[in-house]
Design a binder for this molecule. Structure first.
Ligand SMILES: [Fe+2]
Length: 228
């Protein structure tokens, strides 16, 4: 894969809250009980691993102490990512994404598996189908993703989506990516071309609200972790 921007510094996996620490424990356990041996993309026979990751995220977002205020701070210029923890073995990284009203991700597939859960507010997720012959994506459907909603996505063009905050208040989501922390900004999202006329109505709404596509950057960890 071709990195699109420079990697950013990352702290070792020393979680800032008990809930994030517990999530790391759960993810470590998922890897130790039949998961992929590395951070490589998952395949269809990894359903059990996917379910373990989903369960771990669901439990994490049910904890009101999951994220403190610094991890929920947004940015007026685009959605903001707070790197919270990174596995010392490079198998996964955990980030909180903060979406102010009108902010959206690009349409993208993924270079690796990833899973997310909505912590606060509500997001809208648009799903796309990939046309291999044309090399572009077409919008299929849109669904609301309320607090507590959990999703797991495998690598590849079979799962293309876009997240947007169409609500009038802040939304926060927790994401786990199957990459090392230093690769979170460069080796996760696989931006894809959208078919002509395939842009959803939400795009025009976003234009009315001004720039909403985030700069592809990762915030430094919201909490400094001691080196291990
Ligand atoms: Fe994604």
């Amino acid at each position: 894969m071709k990195p699109t921007i420079e990697p950013t510094p990352v702290q070792p996996c020393l979680p800032p809250t008990a809930a994030i620490r517990h999530l790391c424990d759960q993810l470590n356990a998922a890897f130790e009980t039949g998961a992929p041996a590395s951070a490589s993309p998952l395949h269809a026979n990894d359903a059990a691993f996917a379910q373990r990751v989903r369960s771990a995220l669901a439990a994490a977002v049910a904890d009101p102490e999951l994220l403190d205020d610094p991890a929920r701070e947004g940015n007026a210029h685009g959605y903001r990512r707070h790197l919270l923890a990174a596995d010392a073995q490079g198998r996964y990284a955990i980030a909180a994404l903060v979406w102010m009203p009108g902010q959206a991700s690009p349409v993208h597939a993924h270079h690796t598996w990833c899973s997310y859960a909505v912590v606060e507010g509500e997001l809208t997720e648009s799903l796309y189908g990939w046309n291999e012959a044309r090399g572009d994506a077409t919008a299929l459907r849109t669904q609301p993703r309320a607090a507590g909603a959990v999703s797991f996505t495998r690598a590849g063009h079979a799962a293309i989506h876009r997240l947007v905050n169409e609500s009038g208040r802040r939304a926060v989501s927790l994401h786990v990516y199957g990459v090392a922390g230093a690769q979170i900004a460069t080796h996760v999202n696989d931006l894809v071309r959208v078919a002509e006329g395939g842009i959803e109505a939400v795009s025009s709404a976003l234009h009315r609200n001004g720039p909403a596509i985030a700069p592809d950057t990762v915030e430094t960890p919201a909490h400094e972790a001691a080196p291990s």
